[in-house]
Design a protein around this ligand. Structure first.
Ligand code: SAM
Length: 243
């Protein structure tokens, strides 16, 4: 294997694999902080505060591998509610679960390895479905939005937090410089991976902008869709209701 511990006994192997993933996860956090100057924490906090989630609600957080959104949602739903973290990647789910456990968050919390394009839940299961910095990675976004609509109860809400199109002209050259010059260098320096961060910048440019994503939510059946730009549109929150 490329980890170079093929002949290690199985107990030690599990430990080594764990170390590999926790180093990836801690790098992931460091990179998020470096890339956004720590602002991603504020975006996530605002995102959950604008969710309207209240005590007793049932919440599904898609692409929730890091556990960041779940950690903010659990105090909102309280002991009578529940949060399901869904992610396609088993290793990410494991990292998120360990972190939430370390912070003493466990009851009324479930984990599901799933693809957002085909949710393993019955119709009308949740009061709120969230996806933060995840929709961009989903291949068939329209299909995933349709699935989110299907699993929501009537009156339930979807919230999407994602990079979007910068709205302030003066910011555009700075943002492009940050994305294409600084970001790949930070990636090289701290994660030894310039290409992934170059890809990240490109994937953000390809992602549907505010108006297009709003249209996709409406296409999926959502009503009263609204959009809120944060940090001049560097990221946006889309909200919609199942009626
Ligand atoms: N929501 C977290 C946050 O804001 O820190 C994690 C975002 S991370 C950039 C993107 C996550 O999307 C990864 O954990 C990845 O495994 C997951 N993902 C990608 N494609 C997916 C899909 N089709 N269904 C579910 N999760 C997916």
């Amino acid at each position: 294997t490329h980890f170079g511990f093929r002949d290690v006994p199985v107990e030690q192997k599990q430990q080594l694999v764990g170390q590999v993933f926790s180093s990836v996860a801690s790098k992931y956090d460091l990179m998020n902080d470096l890339m956004s100057f720590g602002v991603h924490r504020i975006w996530k906090r605002y995102f959950t505060s604008t969710s309207g989630v209240c005590e007793g609600d049932s919440v599904l957080d898609l692409a929730g591998g890091t556990g960041d959104i779940a950690a903010l949602m659990l105090p909102r739903v309280g002991p009578r509610g529940n949060v399901v973290v869904g992610d396609i990647n088993g290793a990410m789910l494991g990292v998120g679960r360990d972190r939430l456990l370390d912070r003493g968050l466990h009851g009324n919390l479930q984990f599901a390895q799933l693809n957002a394009e085909a949710l393993p839940f019955p119709d009308k299961s949740f009061d709120c479905v969230t996806i933060a910095f995840g929709l961009r990675n989903v291949t068939d976004k329209q299909k995933a939005l349709g699935e989110m609509h299907r699993v929501l109860k009537i009156g339930g809400r979807v919230l999407v937090l994602e990079f979007s199109e910068v709205r302030a002209e003066f910011l555009k050259p700075l943002y492009d410089f940050h994305s294409f010059k600084i970001l790949p260098r930070l990636g090289k320096l701290f994660a030894n991976d310039a290409d992934s961060y170059q890809y990240l910048a490109e994937s953000i440019r390809k992602h549907p902008n505010q108006a297009v994503l709003k249209g996709m939510l409406e296409q999926a059946g959502f009503a009263r869709v609204d959009v809120r730009n944060l940090s001049a549109g560097i990221v946006a929150i889309h909200r919609g209701y199942r009626v």
